[in-house]
Design a protein around this ligand. Structure first.
Ligand code: PEP
Ligand code: MG
Length: 887
């Protein structure tokens, strides 16, 4: 059978359905679904994503049979509408819109009012009885088509319009008369001809195919590519194209258009939420040109009448439809509608983008409402959203210097230096500076700057403006519609009502939950882990198999991690304890000592402090497992770098400055990451590890004896490459540990294990497991050594690799499952082949990154360990991975 390229929907029947998102795109599938469940949807048809794929595979040629299929479907629409495409007396007008599998708001192109020309506009006048409306639709069409399809810069025709209005002293588009609009159509067309060297197409068929081509073409435009990259959407998916008969929200005061969410997308509250405009077309609502009105009385401050008041019957019908949609889709919906002469039409529904806070509330509420089960709720909140919930908010007790107020478009709080362009935002963010992007309004071209900024502030636009929608999706704090600020782009400043002027580089703070803008950096507080959050996390823990530990070096970090649900410490980096002010001198003395006697003398000073550290950590973790890593970094990192510090140390150690300088220089290494570090230090200077093992064991013995704790210390030896290293160091550690136990008269079930951080260790993991009682994959070093990429230097060129798609992501952020991951898998299997109960975890940065956590689950690790703030994210990712197994 010939391939079906086009799917029809209309009059209660649809060839496609909601489950066909891959083929019809999100918009097409949902239009079909809404049609099929009897909602009022203008008829139309969808060109599938396979057309897009074939189009690109075939050097931008359409597949055979497409032209005929489009013609046939157009005929069906004509029949249902009782109008003909291109007919001068009774013309059918259509919209042409993109619709990818995943929603990409505003990223691709749309053309409305297609089919208008000098002849059909007469038909539209006759039919609507409204010449002004018809010419307004015509001039909008030329503007959109000129820009989207013909590639003219949006401002060219926009400037003509603005100039025309200015000449006549008009402020609003609504002041333009029929004659004005007619003239504008002429002016626009001449300008198109002049700029492009060919006329604006009159033939509706040519218009239609031009628009279809532009929408497919827009799949590969710069902003769509950026959006896909940011949201991990594969280019192969392609977009569908939806051709749908037009309905008009701009035919008079009994017409309107709007967008709404079935619940509040910022807070998640179950309140129908949205905006609309009387006598307007869809793009007017999101463009921020006119201030939209609230959809119901529950919103807004009463200054603008709501749809509930202005168009009560349509509002009542919309209320019913939104309920039907939520029950049908079992999720919060984001809908678009148009009212043409009191008749309501649904133009779109999709699962609504929401803030993290809303995602959590909606998921938990829907479980309570019986719309979804707990498993589904766990799958509904993404680890990235949870991450946002763990971000700080403004400290309610902090003093605030309010300068302006806008709409609370996307919650959270952020401070940063003011920038006025997306480019500056990106540049400064690269230099690790925090910035707030301040714009009159944002457009899809700003997306890279929005991504780079900490927060976004716009002077115009409502709660559904581009800035608001995109920021919510990104989890960025955003304040929109802040009419209080007057931006001077030229001077790179903005002024606020009290007369103050803020310049580029000045620091401000945004509160996206209240819409407040403040001068300076306002202190923030950490979020609470209670209520809905706590409930969801208990469900999460029911489903996951992987344990989640934390990387913590202090009792304070350990306490935070426990609050976040850590089930132990997977990595305590002891070197961080060495840097504290009162210890560093003793550490330096130890490093620079001439012999083991000198080293032991210095270590004796450190021992009680290390013991104190471990007691603090053990006490905080109570009976949970704690893995302590013996000293790892190259010793040079602890030494003084400048002359003044060397002189001070020389005086303390009572050695000549020059001698000390020479020693410091001698410890320098060409390649320290592959040098004298990790277990190699333990081999060369056994006294260091002896002291650390003694401190660990004494701390454990004292707590077991005095407080009855049940501690199983896990002593971890880093950077082992050969089993012989471990054999030697394990012997030493065991000797010390046993001696401490017998001195205290306490039995301690300590374990001695190793980190697997070198490819050789993974390859010989069966030999290493003869000695090691546990493995912890140090995937930071393992990534470094597997790729041969310096952890410290790769930042200079890795971003380029990601940008050029040589690597899908930075392998220091998300585990390279094909390469490094294979070593982890192999190391685990080999280790368990000789020690079946071998406990295996991962403690590199990847332990808190969702895709890496899922991988660890799949290959059967026992736990992941990550920084305290990522513990809830890892718990959720582990539960989602386990649930995905069951699917
Ligand atoms: C690792 O290498 O993954 C690790 C956890 O150790 P560090 O980052 O301290 O080298
Ligand atoms: Mg390491």
């Amino acid at each position: 059978m010939a391939q079906k390229w086009v799917y029809f929907f209309g009059d209660g029947k649809a060839e496609g359905g909601g489950k066909m998102k891959e083929l019809l795109g999100g918009k097409g599938a949902n239009l079909a679904e809404m049609t099929a469940i009897g909602l009022p949807v203008p008829p139309g048809f969808t060109l599938t994503t396979e057309v897009c794929t074939a189009f690109y595979a075939n050097d931008r040629q359409y597949p055979d049979g497409l032209t005929e299929a489009v013609a046939e479907n157009l005929r069906r629409v004509e029949e249902l509408m009782g109008r003909r495409f291109g007919d001068a007396d009774n013309p059918l007008l259509v919209s042409v819109r993109s619709g990818a599998r995943a929603s990409m708001p505003g990223m691709m192109d749309t053309v409305l009012n297609l089919g208008l020309n000098d002849r059909t506009v007469q038909g539209l006048i006759a039919e609507s009885g409204d010449a002004r409306f018809a010419y307004d639709a015509y001039r909008r069409f030329i503007q959109m088509y000129g820009n989207v399809v013909m590639g003219m810069h949006g401002e060219v025709l926009g400037d003509i319009l603005d100039g025309y209005k200015e000449d006549r002293g008009y402020k609003l588009d609504t002041e333009l008369t029929t004659d004005d609009l007619k003239q504008l159509v002429g002016l626009f067309k001449s300008k198109v001809h002049e700029e492009l060297g060919h006329p604006f197409p009159e033939d509706p068929q040519e218009q239609l195919w031009g628009a279809i081509g532009a929408v497919f073409g827009s799949w590969m435009n710069h902003r769509a590519i950026t959006y896909r990259k940011l949201n991990s959407i594969p280019a192969e998916w392609g977009t569908a194209v939806n051709v749908q008969s037009m309905v008009f929200g701009n035919m008079g005061d009994d017409c309107a258009t709007g967008v709404a969410f079935t619940r509040n997308p910022s807070t998640g509250e179950k309140i129908f939420f949205g905006e609309f405009l009387v006598n307007a077309q869809g793009e007017d609502v999101v463009a921020g040109i006119r201030t939209p009105q609230p959809i119901n009385k529950a919103q807004g401050d009463g200054s603008l009448p709501s749809m509930e008041e202005v168009l009560p019957e349509c509002y009542a019908q919309l209320m019913q439809i939104q309920e039907i949609l939520e029950k049908h889709y079992h999720d919060m919906q984001d809908i678009e509608f148009t009212i043409e002469k009191h008749k309501l039409y649904m133009l779109q529904t999709r699962n609504g983008k929401r803030t993290a806070r809303a995602a959590l509330k909606v998921a938990v509420d829907m479980v309570d409402e019986g719309l979804i089960d707990q498993e589904e709720a766990v799958m509904r909140v993404t680890p990235q959203q949870l991450d946002q919930l763990l971000h700080p908010s403004i400290d309610p007790k902090a003093a605030k210097d309010f300068i302006a107020r806008g709409l609370p478009a996307s919650p959270g709080a952020a401070s940063g230096s003011i920038v006025f362009t997306a480019e500056e935002a990106e540049e400064l963010a690269k230099a690790k500076l925090k910035v707030i992007l301040v714009r009159v309004e944002t457009s899809p071209e700003d997306i890279h700057g929005m991504h780079a900024a900490q927060g976004i502030l716009t002077a115009r636009g409502g709660m559904t403006s581009h800035a608001a929608v995109v920021a919510r999706g990104m989890g960025k704090c955003c304040v929109t519609g802040c009419g209080d600020i007057r931006i001077d782009r030229q001077a790179e400043t903005f002024t606020v009502p009290d007369g103050r002027t803020f310049r580029k580089g000045d620091v401000i703070t945004l509160d996206g939950s209240t819409g407040e803008v403040m001068a300076g950096a306002v202190p923030m507080v950490q979020p609470a882990m209670t209520g809905d959050f706590a409930r969801l996390m208990t469900w999460v823990d029911d489903y996951r198999r992987l344990k989640v530990r934390t990387n913590a070096d202090t009792p304070q970090d350990a306490a935070v991690a426990r609050r976040f649900g850590a089930e132990g410490i997977g990595l305590c980096r002891t070197e961080h304890m060495f840097f504290e002010a009162e210890r560093i001198m003793a550490v330096r003395e130890m490093i620079l000592a001439d012999d083991s006697y000198g080293r032991e003398k210095a270590l004796a000073k450190i021992l009680p402090m290390q013991k104190g550290d471990f007691k603090g950590i053990f006490s905080e973790m109570k009976d949970l497992p704690v893995t302590i890593r013996l000293l790892d970094p190259p010793l040079h990192e602890f030494l003084p770098q400048d002359d003044a510090e060397i002189a001070e140390l020389a005086a303390t150690m009572k050695v000549p400055e020059q001698v000390l300088k020479a020693k410091v220089a001698a410890l320098e290494e060409v390649n320290p990451m592959l040098g004298h570090r990790g277990c190699r230090l333990g081999v060369s200077f056994p006294e260091i590890y002896d002291m650390q093992v003694r401190a660990i064991m004494e701390a454990a013995c004292e707590l077991i004896k005095e407080d009855g704790f049940d501690i199983v210390p896990e002593i971890m030896i880093p950077l082992v490459g050969h089993v012989n290293e471990l054999t030697l160091l394990k012997q030493n550690a065991t000797r010390i540990a046993d001696a401490v136990c017998s001195r205290y008269g306490v039995e301690v079930d300590y374990l001695i294990g190793t980190m697997i951080e070198l490819p050789r260790a993974a390859l010989t993991a069966d030999q290493i497991a003869q000695e090691a009682e546990f493995f912890s994959f140090g995937t930071n070093d393992l990534t470094q050594t597997t790729f041969g990429l310096s952890r410290d230097d790769a930042g200079k060129f890795l971003p380029f690799y990601v940008e050029k798609e040589l690597l899908p992501v930075d392998p220091f952020v998300a585990l390279d499952q094909d390469g490094v991951g294979q070593l982890v898998r192999m190391g685990t299997e080999k280790g368990r082949s000789v020690r079946p109960k071998l406990k295996v975890g991962i403690c590199g940065e990847h332990g808190g990154e969702p895709s890496s956590v899922a991988f660890c689950h799949r290959i059967g690790l026992d736990y992941v360990s990550c920084s305290p703030y990522r513990v809830p994210i890892a718990r959720l990712a582990a539960a989602q991975a386990a649930l995905a197994d069951d699917c």
